[in-house]
Design a protein around this ligand. Sequence first.
Ligand SMILES: [Zn+2]
Length: 88
Amino acid sequence: MVVNYMESLVDHLLPSLIDENKHILDCQKCQDDVKAIALNNLKPVYVVTDKGTLYAKAKEFNPQFQVDVQQEIIKAVDKVMKYPQHDQ
Ligand SMILES: [Zn+2]
């Protein structure tokens, strides 16, 4: 099975980056929109083996990598808050 490690990283970081945007926290649709926008702007990291997972984990601890991913999520949150893709 091939998984996009970036997707699980975004899932992991998302809750801590949206605590001030209560609506997104409560709204699955907006959370999905944030995730989709962020993932479209981030390079996928596909992992297959345990070895691949270890590599990706090591990358996660690279501070610049973390900052880049967080910035894309924050940008995506801003975008969704400005233009929610559904009726309130
Ligand atoms: Zn919403």
